[in-house]
Design a protein around this ligand. Structure first.
Ligand SMILES: Cc1cc2nc3c(=O)[nH]c(=O)nc-3n(C[C@H](O)[C@H](O)[C@H](O)COP(=O)(O)OP(=O)(O)OC[C@H]3O[C@@H](n4cnc5c(N)ncnc54)[C@H](O)[C@@H]3O)c2cc1C
Length: 317
């Protein structure tokens, strides 16, 4: 849909001129989040390459516009009031492979869907990413959050990430420089800080040749387990990180909250660390449910649950 330039303010016109129909205003974020909630984004640019991603960030900086990089929207809770500033929707999807001795290095732009990439690697007989076949979201989201499952995670695969640092340019960060820990990295720890956050443009992943049937069997077993233990429907995956020596889901269930409902959101009967939108939930329903789980677990077990999901946008509290 073409935007009437006259209806836009000066900054919006600059984005519209640079990005044409890949620029939109007042975009409903519920369409772009796995929880299917979230109010309007003031502005959105869809970037179809690492170059466009970089251009969008640079224009945001030049126009003093606050930006947020959106991958699959599968690890965030966007407020009902929406998001001011610019959402940069990352759809940079180039993938290439090259040999490195007995291994293969895969270069993936950060908007590649991690599960699609994992399946592509399996079909080429390349092992390492089987854990990711059922993980929603993008390579960028996985690199930042050190996504993982079934004993594997991004820190096992990453060789280096190409990163754009606002005002400083593009450079590589090795896996050591990513300073990975459980579901976090040096880039994730920048969340909430005032300075514009660094952006992952692409990643190089180390893969090992293995028989396609063995890789497929491993991925299928992981996905069977996932289906048996996690609810289908609109969720954000694990709401809280597992505290040391515990499972967050176990604590929430033991606190008596399994199945607990708030408006259109409920704590899954199948896995208490998954909060499900029944199709009518608001972001506020989910946030209140998070707060309830946090407080009840703290009261009963004296454990502070640490959210894995990031709250994005305009919140009242
Ligand atoms: C059903 C379900 C199952 C899940 N299972 C798992 C699981 O098994 N293991 C697991 O680890 N997670 C799991 N998750 C959570 C989620 O899939 C991962 O955290 C995923 O890596 C998030 O990627 P994303 O692209 O959706 O990130 P988003 O939700 O879009 O963004 C998350 C954060 O990363 C930042 N970000 C995204 N891309 C970039 C980039 N290119 N550069 C800089 N910052 C960026 C965003 O700004 C934001 O701060 C699950 C989620 C769901 C809904």
């Amino acid at each position: 849909m073409t935007i009437d330039l006259k209806s836009l303010n000066k900054t919006q016109r600059q984005f519209a001129t640079a990005f044409g129909e890949n620029f939109q205003v007042e975009v409903n974020m519920a369409r772009f989040t796995s929880s299917r909630v979230g109010g309007p984004a003031e502005m959105m640019v869809t970037a179809y390459s690492a170059t466009e991603l970089q251009m969008a960030v640079e224009l945001a900086l030049a126009t003093n516009t606050r930006y947020f990089i959106l991958g699959g929207g599968s690890n965030i809770l966007v407020s009902d009031k929406g998001v001011s500033g610019l959402i940069i929707l990352n759809r940079a999807k180039e993938i290439s492979f090259r040999s490195a001795g007995s291994s293969i290095i895969c270069m993936a732009e950060s908007g590649v869907n991690i599960s699609t990439l994992a399946r592509k690697c399996i079909s080429k007989g390349l092992g390492g990413l089987e854990w990711a076949t059922g993980v929603p979201g993008t390579v960028g989201g996985a690199v930042v959050g050190n996504s993982g499952a079934f004993g594997g995670d991004m820190s096992d695969n990453l060789l280096m990430a190409t990163v754009l640092e606002p005002g400083k340019g593009v450079y590589s960060l090795s896996v050591d420089e990513m300073s990975y820990d459980y579901r976090t990295s040096v880039l994730k720890r920048e969340q909430g800080k005032l300075a514009p956050r660094r952006v992952v443009l692409s990643a190089e992943l180390l893969l090992k040749p293995e028989s396609e049937s063995a890789l497929r069997a491993r991925a299928d077993a992981f996905n069977e387990k996932r289906k048996a233990t996690q609810p289908a429907g609109a969720t954000m995956g694990s709401m809280f990180k597992n505290p040391q020596n515990y499972y967050a889901g176990y604590l929430i269930e033991a606190a008596g909250l399994k199945g607990y409902r708030n408006g259109g959101a409920s704590i899954s009967e199948l896995h208490s660390n998954f909060f499900v939108n029944d199709g009518t939930a608001t972001a506020e329903d989910i946030r209140e449910l998070m707060a309830e789980a946090f407080h009840v677990v703290k009261d009963k077990f004296h454990v502070d649950l640490d959210p894995e999901v990031e709250l994005v946008g305009i919140w009242d509290f």
